[in-house]
Design a protein around this ligand. Structure first.
Ligand code: C2E
Ligand code: MG
Ligand code: MG
Ligand code: MG
Length: 291
């Protein structure tokens, strides 16, 4: 060998890195087939409005699950980043939008009270020229009112491309869709972004709660932000709330909506319908009987 090794980078692999890389390769090798075979499943997590006396269901977030016969249950935190790198995430997001549309149609046909479904959009979608057209095509096939679809864009996009984000959000809202900023508080965007972003909803990330609720400074930060968002006209959703205590606190502080284990974990669509939509129906019937 006459080739010089000068200037070449030397990379040290440990066994874990190798295992992770091999698993990622494996995932990439089977992802297309998995989509065709419908191994990806939409779970739904409820969102409850806490402004009134008793929490009321006001929405659901569609969260993807992968039930792979070869890999077992794979978490989105593992496969979404891989799909974001190789571009496949686009197809998964579209698939999830289709699942949301199917579910909304079912609820409407069954005469259930419908709530908007939130679908996550990866940053890649922002750069696709025909994003809105594609979304409309999917949603309009089943004549779903656009206001029942909410698109979640993650905060980390903001730092990267504020212009694209604002433009996309504006276009979506012009067409009647709703838009939410996901994971607010985890990225690097300055608060000043809030005066420019045309969003309906801001989702406060789990990172805001937990320990920070226990400290004076943490509480001051949180209540200040909730007030600010409210004054700017955003709907605020607190994500990842697990205890009644936290839910009570957030209600006191003026937070509008809670999405967390305290009111329900992400579950398959049929279970969601039974647990969160049908009881509301029974409530109504009960009231009818009283009259
Ligand atoms: P996300 O969009 O911020 O979704 C919220 C995550 O918080 C979900 O994790 C949900 O299960 C979890 N969560 C909700 N309440 C609680 C709680 O009380 N305690 C705890 N510990 N966790 C809670 P999940 O389903 O594992 O999804 C993780 C992330 O993967 C999502 O974060 C989202 O960024 C991404 N993701 C999921 N589905 C899709 C999808 O269809 N498309 C895209 N592009 N990304 C997706
Ligand atoms: Mg989300
Ligand atoms: Mg989030
Ligand atoms: Mg997240």
């Amino acid at each position: 060998q006459t080739k010089s090794h000068a200037g070449k980078r030397i990379i040290f692999y440990d066994e874990q890195n190798i295992a992770a890389a091999m698993r990622a390769r494996h995932i990439e090798g089977i992802m297309s087939t998995a989509l065709l075979k419908e191994e990806f499943v939409a779970y739904f997590q409820p969102q409850y409005d806490i402004r009134g006396g008793k929490p009321v269901l006001c929405g659901a977030e569609a969260l993807v699950r992968w039930n792979s016969p070869v890999l077992g249950l794979v978490r989105p935190d593992e496969f979404i980043p891989i799909f974001e790198k190789n571009g496949f995430v686009d197809r998964v997001d579209r698939y999830m939008l289709e699942r949301a549309r199917i579910r909304l149609r079912q609820w409407m046909d069954a005469g259930l009270r419908c709530v908007p479904i939130s679908v996550n959009l990866s940053r890649q979608n922002l750069f696709s020229a025909d994003l809105i057209g594609r979304i409309e095509k999917i949603v309009d096939t089943y004549s779903i009112p656009h206001s029942f679809i909410k698109l979640e864009l993650t905060e980390s996009i903001v730092a990267e491309s504020t212009v694209q984000l604002v433009e996309t959000a504006n276009k979506l809202r012009e067409r009647g869709f709703r838009v939410a900023m996901d994971d607010f508080g985890t990225g690097y965007s300055a608060l000043s972004i809030l005066k420019d972003v045309p969003f309906d909803t801001i989702k406060l990330d789990r990172a805001f709660f937990g320990e920070s609720i226990d400290s004076e400074r943490g509480r001051t930060t949180l209540t200040g932000i909730i007030q600010l968002l409210d004054a700017l006209g955003f709907e605020t959703v607190a994500e990842g709330i697990e205890s009644e205590n936290e839910a009570e606190q957030l209600k006191e502080w003026g937070c509008h909506v809670i999405q967390g284990y305290v009111y329900g974990r992400p579950i398959p669509a049929d279970e969601f319908t039974k647990m969160h939509l049908e009881p509301a129906q029974t409530d109504l019937q009960d009231k009818g009987d009283d009259r």
